[in-house]
Design a protein around this ligand. Sequence first.
Ligand SMILES: Cc1cc2nc3c(=O)[nH]c(=O)nc-3n(C[C@H](O)[C@H](O)[C@H](O)COP(=O)(O)O)c2cc1C
Length: 303
Amino acid sequence: MANLNINIGKLQLKNPVMTASGTFGYGTEFSDFFDISRIGGIFVKGTTLRDRQGNPYPRMVETPSGMLNAVGLQNKGIDYFINHIYPTVKNIDTNIIVNVSGSTIKEYVETAEKLNSLEKIPAIELNISCPNVKEGGMAFGTNCLSAAQVVKVVRRVYKNELIVKLSPNVTDISEIALAVEAEGADSVSLINTLLGMAIDSEKRTPILSTITGGLSGPAVKPIALRMVWEVAQAVKIPVIGMGGIMNAADAIEFMLAGASAIQIGTANFIDPTVSIKVLDGINDYLDRHGYKSVTEIIGALEI
Ligand SMILES: Cc1cc2nc3c(=O)[nH]c(=O)nc-3n(C[C@H](O)[C@H](O)[C@H](O)COP(=O)(O)O)c2cc1C
């Protein structure tokens, strides 16, 4: 059996398989299905400074090979997480990483600062796909300046591993990756959802209450793979890949393209045990190809 250990900066993973924010709750919801401590990490749902109701229904719609969602970061806020969720997840023997979201730079900073005190949270994932309410609602992650600004101030206050999650709704994702690397991101994760839309032709109305929403699932995989490959070549920091991973072959493709680890999102809704199947499949692939360590396949794409 090959060695599956991976380091993402100072973050030590027992294997490269993790679950994506917003698709795996706080992890404990899945513990009836499998031993969740077997995976390398769990990215908990988007957490904001104050509680959020999320968007009105309908806020999810199935699409060919994917889904659109406009959940809108429904969560009870960081204080609730610290007081009620953290005590229930802190003893899970894997990396619990909090996805930090916000509407203003101040909100990101205050949320990240509060997480410093939690001994069992080794990292945060900064979700910069949120709209910047003070700048007309454009997502922070869609231009280099605002992406750099938010990372710069969070980096000043947050002392553990800082993973910055990139938005794919940009012209050149490598430029954004370079901008956040320059401001002190320890690693980048990508991709978040792609902006999409669904229409009910009979009613002549949009299906989602928010009109547009985020596309995920197998439909986005080729785009995600291309972006991971581009970013991995541009930056020196580790890259965590995601977007449409449904099985071990998909996960391996992301690692060959340069991802040091992967996250599984939408596939959890179809099969709650998918991450264990992906893990077993990676193991099998490494044995079949005679690799001693999973690190050997990172960026091993031959062109
Ligand atoms: C229902 C749902 C909720 C999500 N919530 C978040 C979130 O709170 N924060 C975040 O950064 N990404 C969120 N995402 C994006 C996923 O973490 C992931 O980046 C994206 O879905 C692509 O991966 P996938 O195709 O494997 O699902 C959400 C995705 C879905 C489908």
